[in-house]
Design a protein around this ligand. Sequence first.
Ligand code: IDP
Ligand code: MG
Length: 140
Amino acid sequence: MSNNRTFTMIKPDAVRAGNIGAILKDIQEGGFKIVAMKYTKLSAEKAGEFYAIHKARPFYGELVEFMSSGPIVAAILEKDNAVEDFRKLIGSTNPADAAPGTIRAKYATSIGENAVHGSDSDENAAIESSFHFSGTEIFG
Ligand code: IDP
Ligand code: MG
């Protein structure tokens, strides 16, 4: 996958708060084209697999429980410089540190329940995209 795609999830907290529409609007107004999208729910096992890189971190159990606590929206987004630009659009992991106007500043409630995921590299964007989508579900 080239570097014009990233992967995102609207996390269970933002879905529960009724913020799917507002967040998708911010994403589209940020210049990102949605090339794949699904409303789904991660089992604890799948959430654990997705976040396996954080297995050794003290918050891993809490993260897996949270990410499997309700439905999410998973999507693949396309834009020049997608990974970096999307991380800018969502803001810092901790909403207390997120720049004003960013998605996490607006919709996250804590460092754990922070409304959205954004891939941190082109390599992870490709891995995370194929974790959730098959080739026939992507409409570039
Ligand atoms: P990122 O989502 O901004 O890339 P990461 O450090 O990769 O942040 O952490 C992955 C996810 O784990 C975060 O988005 C958040 O949901 C959760 N998380 C990170 N740090 C903490 C923490 O200190 N306490 C609880 N949850 C955390
Ligand atoms: Mg990360």
